[in-house]
Design a protein around this ligand. Structure first.
Ligand code: ADP
Length: 191
């Protein structure tokens, strides 16, 4: 297997994946792949894919697996010489996790570790409503949509803990505290 560093940053909406990714990509020289950011760019460009994703995202529902898997596949191919990747908001279903394993295997690579930011639900709702006041993200403005996203996470995404635990790759990280404190916990876990 290659010596590339491929990290899945895992956790519910509002857990701080985007914030922590910013530091980790700089520190370890990795490429950041956020499916949420990629989807929002498609919506911004008003592409057919963006049009398909928009209503689902505004309701707090996941977009179809084929769409996000296709986007990730393209980005892996476009970054062949990267030292590694941080996957942020992907995989979110078992089908996505299996597809990611296949895509990486085809490149002679694998997931190094899954780091899961653990944050209580009440704190998530508070953070997302706070972000909604400034981010301009429609899905952060409405508490019903926020709770729907957390529900989707619990139903479809949280079970991936078992998938990565079975591979010996799961590490839980306390996601409550100062940003720098949490970064230090992640860096220590990556080793
Ligand atoms: P958050 O995790 O804070 O909700 P994201 O930017 O990761 O923010 O995701 C925003 C929305 O984009 C999700 O609610 C979902 O509709 C869609 N989305 C992002 N990544 C995926 C994915 N891997 N699979 C399906 N839908 C996704």
């Amino acid at each position: 297997m290659s010596n590339k560093l491929n990290i899945v940053l895992f956790g519910p909406p509002g857990a701080g994946k985007g914030t922590q990714s910013e530091f980790l990509i700089k520190h370890f020289g990795l490429v950041h792949l956020s499916t949420g950011d990629l989807l929002r760019a498609e919506i911004q460009a008003n592409s057919p894919l963006g049009q398909q994703a928009q209503s689902l995202m505004s309701e707090g529902l996941l977009v179809p697996d084929e769409i996000v898997i296709g986007m990730i596949s393209n980005k892996l191919d476009a970054n062949n010489s990267a030292k590694g990747f941080i996957f942020d908001g992907f995989p979110r279903t078992k089908a996505q996790a299996e597809a990611l394993d296949r895509l990486l295997d085809g490149r002679g690579e694998e997931i190094t570790a899954m780091l899961a930011l653990e944050v209580p639900t009440a704190e998530l709702v508070k953070r997302l409503l706070g972000r909604g006041a400034t981010s301009g993200r429609p899905d952060d403005k409405d508490e019903t949509v926020i709770r729907k996203r957390i529900g989707e996470y619990e139903a479809k995404t949280a079970p991936l803990k078992d998938y990565y635990t079975a591979q010996g790759k799961y590490t839980g990280i306390d996601g409550v505290g100062g940003i720098d404190e949490i970064t230090a916990r992640l860096v220590k876990a990556i080793g």
